[in-house]
Ligand binder design. Sequence first.
Ligand code: A3P
Length: 292
Amino acid sequence: TSMNERMNTTEIFDGIRFPGFLHTLESLKAACSFQFQDTDVLLVTFPKSGTTWMQQVLSLIFCEGHLWPIHHLPNWARMPWMEQASFSSLLSKLNTSWPRLLTSHLNAKGLSPALMKSKAKVVYMGRNPKDVLVSYYHFHQIAGFLPNPSSFEDFADEFLEGTGFFGSWFDHVKGWLGLQKDLTLLFVTYEELHQEPRSTIRKLSEFLGRTLGPKEEEIILEHSSFSFMSQSNMVNYSLLSKEIIDQSQGKFLRKGVVGNWREYFTPELNEKFNAVYQSKMGDSGLSLPWTM
Ligand code: A3P
């Protein structure tokens, strides 16, 4: 099948829609029976929560100041997505002087049984879902493998219903954070990395058992900044063709701020969003750090 034909296909796995351009049923299933090693580090996010940013930070934490991978390897080759069709090939090429650094957007229900058979470390990155929604709306406009939303309002409804690609944000966060006692998991937010990058990077390094020298810390801060990443072909997705991600109308590294949702939400949508958030998250027992 041609790239164009595959671009609009959908895989449904465990009731959740995935873009068929990147995933196959086999690749989705394979991720769920992956044999983790105790030394593996897995980054888990719902899309648009700062995945690429954390991939950059984690690779910087492990590269010990040797920036060759930062300048020469795209993020998906440094930290491949486990559920994607390209995974086995990318996995076999990973740098063996580091722990294996992996990425996933899968739900806890699918991936956690395999994970629990190991002591692999999990970094779960979350973001205020209102900002996730706005970022995801724009991403649907530039990603060739996702349908163009008819309107922001309709897209917001789909997000609240949890019927969009990659499933429900609410289930994703509840599922993973509900496993904090069963996994070696660090919960980090987009907001804290934004507001307190230095202490967040220290917290991550400590969790990962890496001690950073002062110079290393500066290198990490510089190379994970929005301005550096916007200009870096290895993390700004400019290596992909226009058919896959078309950045002529909008950039992948779009705004990189906290609270951009305020420019998009009507008071009505905000009320509706808060009501759904309350009904889905209110009894979760999780205290989440966002100001809604
Ligand atoms: P916006 O669309 O709000 O700008 P993901 O990698 O999970 O798809 O997330 C993409 C979001 O992370 C985008 O949000 C992007 O701009 C933001 N992002 C990426 N790198 C960043 C950085 N260094 N600083 C702040 N935000 C960053």
